[in-house]
Design a protein around this ligand. Structure first.
Ligand SMILES: N[C@@H](Cc1ccccc1)C(=O)O
Length: 491
């Protein structure tokens, strides 16, 4: 409609001198007129020149008086013929209108006050010039803002001036009464039907912004892993090599003094490999000592008293925990002159579990261990305190637990300040002598260790309640792209 009006007007007239006036005359909003002028001028249908001027506009107060009348007139109209006390008048018109209106009404000599503070009118009727002028401005009828009549309104802060921007418009080189939509693409149909000869094509806009370029984003699990790594490194830990997903039952279970009939070793809980189904190389001397300790004990232990089978230890599986990596590391450590170590790993493990909102058949474990002479349960608690407080959890509680390879064992609970409750955050313990001594570690060496999942703290940190949004083929790309800032504080 605006386009038709502009092109139509220019057909009859040489120019639109002022887009503001044109808008008022045609009853179309100035914003719309301006948009169309910009677009017509981009296609050279019209030539547009900027015009700028000072315009008067009403302040909030001015707008209120344009509607209800100036306070001085409101005040005078509220005075009954017999007069009124100041107090009563203030109650009647409100304190704002009262105080402003009274001073102007006095100045205009519209009212007088006697000794007993009763206000009476000196005139029968008053003209509301202020309201009239405000309405003129509101309707855009005032052009000359220099007119001294308006100075008073400016002083009273009922109007202010604002720079107004508009255009004057003439026909452009491509002027036509009607604009056909320019083609944006050359289609196969255009070519076949020979239409392309008559088509008008939209010009390239080299200033247009292109699509935003997307860079890579780190997955939340990678970010939390990085932060965990930093914490371990700052605490003087060394990373363990974790690249083998396939492990033998021996290193995953037997070396950890986990009996062969333990339910975790069932195919309902563990993925066993069909091909290659068994491991070929194990350290034979050590295997013999592990068999011995399972069957008959030793090193102060009674053992489990069952018939330990090599075939069971040979079975390949997808490692069910990264403690399998720890057992390999400790064994190789025992083959050299002893030196204390701090090890950590963060990598994938597999469990044959039913998948639900909080469980997947594969996830990541964070594993930490310290082996040295003279370590105690107090050291384990102290290290855990240090570790978790670097993650922003400084209130910890420990609950006695059971693992075949640790004694004592403790579940770790942390107080989550956000949730205002205790949440389980890990499992820990001191490796048993039945595990360490067959490896060949010196008798006075102790190993404190702990493990937790990477997914759980990540879900807590990112407020995710379904693990499938975090990991797997249904992962929420929006979550990764939004790249939220992780709230783990590294100290
Ligand atoms: N391996 C244990 C964690 C753990 C590691 C080290 C010591 C004690 C516990 C688990 O999978 O939950």
């Amino acid at each position: 409609m605006a386009e038709e009006a502009i092109l139509g007007f220019l057909h009859e007239n040489a120019e639109i001198a002022d887009s503001g006036e044109f808008a008022t005359q045609s009853g179309i909003s100035h914003d719309e007129i301006v948009n169309v002028i910009k677009s017509l001028s981009a296609f050279h249908f019209v030539d547009a020149q900027d015009i700028k001027r000072d315009n008067l506009i009403l302040t909030n107060e001015g707008r209120a008086y344009a509607a209800a009348g100036s306070p001085e007139v409101q005040l005078v109209n509220a005075i009954p013929p017999e007069g009124i006390t100041l107090k009563e008048l203030e109650n009647k018109v409100g304190s704002n209108v009262f105080s402003i209106g009274r001073s102007y009404a006095m100045k205009n000599k519209w009212v007088e006050m006697d000794k007993s503070k009763v206000l009476t009118r000196k005139v029968d009727t008053v003209d509301d010039k202020v309201k009239e002028m405000l309405m003129q401005i509101q309707e855009g009828k005032v052009k000359n803002t220099e007119d001294p009549a308006f100075n008073n309104l400016k002083k009273r802060k009922l109007v202010s001036s604002q720079i107004w921007k508009g255009y004057s418009v003439k026909k452009g080189p491509k002027y036509a009464r009607e604009r056909r939509k320019p083609a944006t693409d050359l289609t196969r149909d255009n070519l076949q039907r020979d239409e392309w000869k008559n088509l008008e094509f939209k010009e390239y806009n080299f200033k247009a912004k292109g699509f935003p370029v997307e860079g890579g984003h780190l997955h939340p699990l990678l970010k939390v892993r990085k932060q965990m790594q930093m914490i371990f490194l700052q605490m003087g830990f060394e990373e363990m090599p974790t690249n083998n997903y396939v492990e033998s039952s021996f290193w995953n279970f037997d070396a950890l003094f986990q009996p062969q009939q333990h339910p975790a070793r069932d195919s309902h809980d563990t993925f066993f490999l069909k091909e290659p189904s068994i491991t070929k190389i194990l350290p034979e001397d050590y295997v013999a000592r592990v068999k011995q300790v399972h069957e008959f004990g030793g090193y102060g232990s009674r053992g489990y008293g069952y018939d330990w089978k090599r075939e069971e230890a040979n079975k390949n599986l997808l490692r069910t925990h990264t403690t399998a990596v720890s057992s390999r590391m400790l064994y190789s450590l025992a083959q050299k002159p002893f030196a204390g170590q701090r090890y950590y790993s963060i990598d994938r493990v597999f469990r044959n579990e039913a998948v639900d909102r909080t469980h997947l058949a594969e996830f990541h474990q964070i594993e930490g261990l310290i082996c040295d002479r003279g370590l105690t349960l107090g050291d384990l608690q102290g290290v855990l305190q240090d570790f978790f407080s670097r993650l922003g959890m400084s209130k910890l509680r420990f609950k006695p637990a059971y693992n075949p390879y640790t004694e004592p064992s403790m579940e770790i609970f942390g107080y989550h300040e956000g949730f205002k409750k205790w949440v389980e955050i890990g499992n820990s313990g001191m490796f048993r002598p039945e595990m360490l001594l067959p490896m060949g570690l010196p008798e006075d060496v102790r190993v404190i260790a702990w493990g937790l999942s990477l997914e759980r703290p990540t879900m807590i940190l990112y407020g995710i309640d379904n693990i499938r949004d975090l990991f797997g083929h249904k992962v929420d790309l929006g979550l990764i792209k939004s790249n939220p800032i992780c709230r783990i504080g590294i100290k």
